[in-house]
Design a protein around this ligand. Sequence first.
Ligand code: IPM
Ligand code: MG
Length: 353
Amino acid sequence: MKKIAVIPGDGIGPEVIGATLEVLERVGKFEFKSVAMGGNAIDKYGDPLPAESLKICQDSDATLLGAVGGPKWDNQPPEKRPEKGLLGIRAGLKVFANIRPAKIFAPLASACPLRKDIAEKGIDFIIVRELTGGIYFGEHKYFTTPEGERAASDLMQYSEHEIRRIAHVAFKMAMGRRKIVTSVDKANILNTSRFWREIVEDVAKEYPEVKLNHLYVDNASMQLIRVPSEFDVIVTENTFGDILSDEASQIVGSIGMIPSASLGEDNRGLYEPIHGSAPDIAGQDKANPIGTILAGAMMLRYSFAMNNEADKIENAVDSVLREGLRTPDIFVKSEGTKLITGSQMKAAIIEKL
Ligand code: IPM
Ligand code: MG
């Protein structure tokens, strides 16, 4: 039986995870092990990622995560912040490729904030974000300048193998799609970006069928809104991917809808919605569980090769959206839509299974 480490986390994390476990139990038999990470782990163990938690995740076939963080822990020193646990688990599981799909669900087309003629062309792209390198993992320091002024710095660094392996992930994804890769960088300014471009171009030679474009990140953020239909696979470094994926989530309607998979060299991935812990709505049954439920479906697909079961879940989500059921984040008042709670959304999805 597949062993799944489950990290409910903080804020709305436990709600969306609870819903997802119920959905997963409808399509298969799994062994779930609950793990403390994030703010709750700081409260309980004084550590955002206790060694035991990481060990359980490393020993599991996949890890499913809700969300971590909240204002309660905002004033903690950097080493004792929930986000540190998140980075620790990404590094500890060696999941360097973060896959973030951005797709308009037909029934939600009206929730897309873009002009109708732009949205109508269809939006279906994937962001492949490098996840265990770059500025996130470079040296962070505070220091005093020779003139005696306070200063801070964060180091951005990429080595060749880090770029090469993420580029391969992007090209392979593109081979199964529309065969277009857009590599996003800031090569007009940064050495890390010039190097990134050089390596991506080299990897591209192994995929002659795939068309490779390069965009500067500022331009990419604009083109994503101007001509989103032209993107297929976007590959980019950690920080740029963080920023562009939030932008992408709004282009397709709601951040509450988007799952993500973080993959390493083997099949054992880390799966999570791209939204945060949303402390402002925690405990009110308002959170949309769909992002996490779809992350569960990605886990079945990528880690367990359970494609039929993944299809079933994705189809169930599609059906309830078609029926007009909407949690507050995706609710646009119109004929045929009905505002429901997070647990009603879960129940409706389960009914379809
Ligand atoms: C994300 C989040 C995290 C990140 C934060 C919470 C550390 O924004 O997964 O996109 O920056 O990677
Ligand atoms: Mg982010």
